[in-house]
Write a protein that binds this ligand. Sequence first.
Ligand code: PGA
Length: 256
Amino acid sequence: MTRKKIVAGNWKMNLDYQQGISLFSEIVNMANDEVIGNQGVVVCAPFIHLHGIAQLAGSMSRVNVGGQNIYFQESGAYTGEISASQLKSTGATYVILGHSERRAYFHEDDDQLSKKADAALKHGLKPIFCIGETQEERESDRFFDVIGTQLEKGIFHLADSDFSDVVLAYEPVWAIGTGLTATPEQAQEVHAFIRNEVASHYNQDIADHTTILYGGSCNPKNAPELFAQPDIDGGLIGGASLKSRDFIDIAKVFNR
Ligand code: PGA
């Protein structure tokens, strides 16, 4: 059984326009030379970079471009927001939704996220839908409940055909940007749980084809062991995606 492996970078709110263009050029050159498997490589950049880097990627590059958020409305008086169709018009094909930083700092809830997922899919953007528990939720053993609810309320309203365009990303909040990685066993346990939830809500075939990424202090050292787990299909990479060498080395874990 094969499912799509993906290594996606999340630049967050880093890099000015020129720095972004130059990092992306390095990534494209290295990816074209060195990434030889079927794995997808995605760079999720701030809005200001998207058109420029999508042009650099062109249609020949193996690097795809994504945004880090959208608003769910189609258009109108929503000062400062960006719609799915606007994001799509830059050349982006993916969008991160429900990152824990957006849930925590910008109060995005399951209801808003479910609307964002609808808007993304309507305009042909593939959501990278993030779920994960806080440290307190892990320590009080509530993490399966929390993740189950995030899935149920945020993304499981989708019809089968739409859900097949969704990439899930398990990101334990306590592991993001902290240098604390979930152990491969801890991550695998949750990934297997997520795949089971997908199988019970949809069916086993859809579950078997759903790409589930791990995110949280992933780097070239720990990626091989994490990605060797049966239910981990790649990574969502923050800090290490800002260094072309590290990011490509993580993508190369799937070279064969
Ligand atoms: P990190 O971030 O790799 O810097 O921990 C991951 C993420 O937030 O997507």
